[in-house]
Every structure is written in structure tokens, then in C-alpha cells.
Write a protein that binds this ligand. Structure first.
Ligand code: FAD
Length: 430
């Protein structure tokens, strides 16, 4: 077999880049080792930049009829008596129009909708279940059942997640950080009050709640490393009690979870490949970068990187350019990943450490952030992915000193990524 672009892995990253390419008539072969889409929880929060890219890709309509949206995230800090010490909210409505909301959709539905779109094009071939084993001189060796197959390619994309074999075979190193905490996650029918995001924290606990379609809620609960094994030996009442003590409205709802098996363990890691590109090899999604899930960004970065690489490959084919231009993808995407990786890491640290003193510092920093509308707007704008509004030295001074509310300076539009920022090579290839 032969193809122009060979993609290893049919996750959100692989499917997004495949869709971009096949829509422009480029030949794609994709291998996916799993026989089905998978029902594991793997990121459901869709940030505004990703929504904008769905619109550019012409798939906004099919997603918008399936997802549920929200604009507010409410943050609460509870004291030792579980009484509120701080309650405040962030509002996506502050963002530049029209993407003033985030969306939630189960991960398997996101993949199902992407796959449905990709399959409409004749230049797409999916080998599933089939496993990529190795590559040699522009040929990929795959195993499908008992059969071994070879695919000759012009480009190969490693989109097979954190344990990328393409990355390994290309000899690209990565840096990896494992956190001192894990998360439990499960979804169940939501109480009426869960119409938007909620983050609830105490000195040693954290619960995140986000509305899903069909009246469900996605819940994420922070536990210490190693705690999961001990918990599973206990009756589920332990789990119910933790949830209900932090968010009483969950009583009568969390009990619909009937077995520990339904609750998934989520191990956060931060991982970054030293390069995303080597010759005609590119890495996207978790194969290139994986971030702490606190800001809900991993899947978004995967889709955003895939969009960038897809647009670049289309231009390389249409303008008959060689693979030396592939590095444009890395130069655009890497700095965005670094910025979001740092924000996600800070979020992981802020909620991952325990103790009263730590909670006091976090609450103080949160108050400062919430009292300073510019700082809050910067944070929200940056996690939305719509652009990057740099933090300044003045911001850190504001965070440590008590400061009055500053005048709101809405400069978001100035920092918003336009087409020339998303696809800067076009100016040079004209
Ligand atoms: C538990 C969990 C919770 C998360 N929560 C969030 C969140 O709240 N928000 C968020 O934005 N992100 C979240 N993420 C991160 C997000 O899910 C990932 O960043 C995103 O799914 C990465 O997509 P991907 O396509 O790069 O990789 P993956 O989704 O890992 O897809 C890789 C695919 O490659 C296939 N594959 C692997 N090896 C081979 C091979 N050798 N041959 C063929 N196929 C292969 C796999 O079967 C898989 O289908 C979470 C991740 C996890 C694990």
C-alpha cells in the first residue's frame, strides 16, 4: 500500500488532521489499534479556540447540535466546617464575540462525529484494528490481525498518544513530570443546579463539576497518590460522602453510581517532546505534549496542533514545497503549548497541595485575581486559546500586594490570534 500521509492513531488529534487533509483531496491512511472508539473519559471540555477551528473546518453545525454549552465557572473555597470562605465566578462572556462559551461533549462522541466527517471522503482509508510497529525509509510496518502490511508514505504523523512509537522510532526525547495526586472521575445524572462549571476546594480536597448533554454531570475528584487502592476496598458510601459533603445537591444523584468499576482513575502527567518535527515526521496531540488536566486543555491543544499541521501540509502539497517547511508547525504550536502547559501546571500545583496554610495562600491569590479584572480577563483569555495576553511583572506585584480593583482594560482583541498568527507561513509562501 502507499499513501501521501500516514497517520498513526485515531484519537482526536489524528482524526482532526485527517479531516483537514482528505477534504483537500490528499491521500491518507490511518491505523488505529483499538477496535472501537472507546468509552473511557478523556477530555470533554471544548474551549473557544477549538470551537472556532470547528467552524473553520465546517463541522460546527454537527457539534453544536450535540454538545451542551456554559459560560460561567463558579469557584468556592470551603473552610474546615465546609462553610464558604470565598465564592466567585469567571465568565466566558468577557471574551471577544462570538465564542463566549465553552462546550461539553463526551469524548467518544467527539471522536464519533470527527470520524463520521472523515469517512465521507474517498481519499481516506482506515485500517482498524491495526497496530503500527515500526518505520524504515519512508515505509511503515503494521500488523492487522495475523497479517503484516507495509505502507509507503511521503509524511508520517505520530498521533498515538503519550506512549508514541513514532516518537520513539524517530529518536525524539521527551521530558516527563508525574504529580503527587490523581483524580477520580465519573459522570451521572445531574441535579438541576448544575448548569455551569463548579470548582469546589477545601484545604485538602477538590471537586470539579461540569454539565454534560442529556442532563448528566462530569465530576472530577482529587485524591492523593496511592489512595485509590485503599478506597476501592471500602463501601461506595465513602465516595458518596466525599461528594455530598462538598456539594450537598449531589445527594440522591451520586448514589446512581453503583460500583467502583464505573469510577475511572485519572493519572495526570506533564510530558513534552523535545521536538515535534524531524524530516518528514511530525508528532501531534499527546504524542508531542500532555498537560495537567486542571484547565481542561489537553484535548484542545491536540485539536489545535492538528489543525495547524493539517493547514501546513495542505499548503506544502498545493505549493509544491518540501518537508523543510514542516518546522513551521513546531514554531507556531510549541510556544502556545508552553504557555498553556505552564498555566495548567500552576493549576495542578494550586489545588494539588494540601494544608490550611496552602489553602490560605491559594484563597488570597484567588481573591487578588478576582479583584483585578484585567488579570482575571488575561487568565480566561489565555485558557480559551483564542490568543495569548502576556502576564507582566506588574501582574505578579498585584498578586502579592493587596491592591484595589484595577480599571478594566479590555485589550483581548489586540492579543487575539488571527489567520496570520495561526498560519504565518502563508505570507512567505505567497
Ligand atoms: C483520563 C483523562 C482525562 C483527561 N481529561 C481531559 C480534559 O478534561 N480536558 C482536556 O482537554 N483533555 C483531557 N485529557 C487529555 C486528552 O484526552 C488528550 O490530550 C487527548 O485525547 C489527546 O488526543 P490524542 O489524539 O493525541 O491521543 P489519544 O486520545 O491517546 O489517541 C491515540 C490513539 O492512538 C491509538 N494508538 C496508540 N498506539 C497505536 C499504535 N501503535 N498503532 C495504532 N494505533 C495506536 C490509540 O488506540 C488511540 O486511539 C484527558 C486525558 C485522560 C487520559
Amino acid at each position: 500500500m502507499k499513501t501521501q500521509v500516514f497517520i498513526v492513531g485515531g484519537g482526536v488529534a489524528g482524526l482532526t488532521v485527517a479531516l483537514k487533509l482528505v477534504k483537500r483531496g490528499i491521500d491518507v491512511i490511518m491505523v488505529e489499534k483499538s477496535p472501537h472508539l472507546g468509552h473511557a473519559y478523556k477530555g470533554e471540555l471544548i474551549q473557544p479556540k477549538t470551537i472556532q477551528l470547528f467552524e473553520r473546518a465546517g463541522i460546527y453545525e454537527s457539534f453544536s447540535t450535540a454538545w451542551t454549552t456554559f459560560s460561567t465557572i463558579e469557584t468556592s473555597e470551603l473552610n474546615v466546617h465546609l462553610q464558604p470562605m470565598l465564592r466567585s465566578s469567571m465568565d466566558y462572556k468577557q471574551l471577544p464575540a462570538p465564542f463566549q462559551y465553552a462546550a461539553m461533549l463526551p469524548h467518544s462522541d467527539i471522536k464519533r462525529l470527527l470520524l463520521k466527517e472523515v469517512k465521507r471522503y474517498d481519499t481516506f482509508t482506515l485500517l482498524q484494528p491495526a497496530t503500527f510497529e515500526k518505520m524504515e525509509e519512508n515505509r511503515a510496518f503494521i500488523k492487522q490481525g495475523k497479517q503484516k502490511r507495509t505502507v509507503a508514505f511521503e509524511y508520517i504523523i505520530g498521533a498515538e498518544g503519550v506512549n508514541s512509537r513514532v516518537r520513539e522510532q524517530a529518536g525524539i526525547e521527551r521530558k516527563r513530570h508525574v504529580y503527587e495526586h490523581d483524580f477520580l472521575t465519573v459522570s451521572f445524572p445531574a441535579p438541576d443546579v448544575v448548569k455551569h462549571g463548579h470548582l469546589i476546594a477545601t484545604k485538602d480536597r477538590f471537586l470539579g463539576l461540569f454539565p454534560l448533554p442529556n442532563g448528566y454531570v462530569r465530576t472530577v475528584y482529587l485524591i492523593r497518590k496511592g489512595e485509590y487502592k485503599a478506597w476501592r476496598k471500602e463501601p461506595l458510601q465513602l465516595f458518596y460522602d466525599h461528594y455530598v459533603s462538598l456539594f450537598p445537591a449531589l445527594d440522591g444523584h451520586v448514589q446512581t453510581v453503583k460500583e467502583w468499576r464505573a469510577i475511572q482513575l485519572m493519572v495526570p502527567i506533564r510530558q513534552h517532546a523535545n521536538h515535534y518535527v524531524k524530516d518528514n515526521i511530525a508528532l501531534i496531540g499527546d504524542a508531542a505534549h500532555s498537560v495537567h488536566p486542571m484547565a481542561g486543555e489537553g484535548m484542545n491543544l491536540a485539536i489545535q496542533g492538528a489543525d495547524c499541521l493539517g493547514e501546513l501540509l495542505i499548503d506544502l502539497y498545493e505549493k509544491r514545497k518540501g518537508n523543510e517547511f514542516l518546522t513551521y508547525y513546531e514554531s507556531v504550536h510549541r510556544k502556545r503549548v508552553k504557555a498553556i502547559m505552564n498555566l495548567s501546571h500552576l493549576g495542578g500545583l494550586a489545588y494539588g497541595k494540601e494544608g490550611k496554610a496552602w489553602q490560605r495562600s491559594r484563597t488570597f491569590a484567588l481573591k487578588q485575581l478576582l479583584n483585578n479584572e484585567t488579570l482575571l480577563a488575561k487568565y480566561l483569555f489565555n485558557i480559551s486559546g483564542l490568543g495569548f495576553w502576556p502576564f507582566s511583572v506588574k501582574d505578579s506585584v498585584t498578586l502579592v500586594k493587596r491592591s484595589k480593583t484595577t480599571r478594566v482594560v479590555n485589550q483581548m482583541e489586540q492579543y487575539q490570534y488571527g489567520l496570520d498568527d495561526d498560519y504565518p507561513w502563508r505570507q512567505q509562501m505567497r
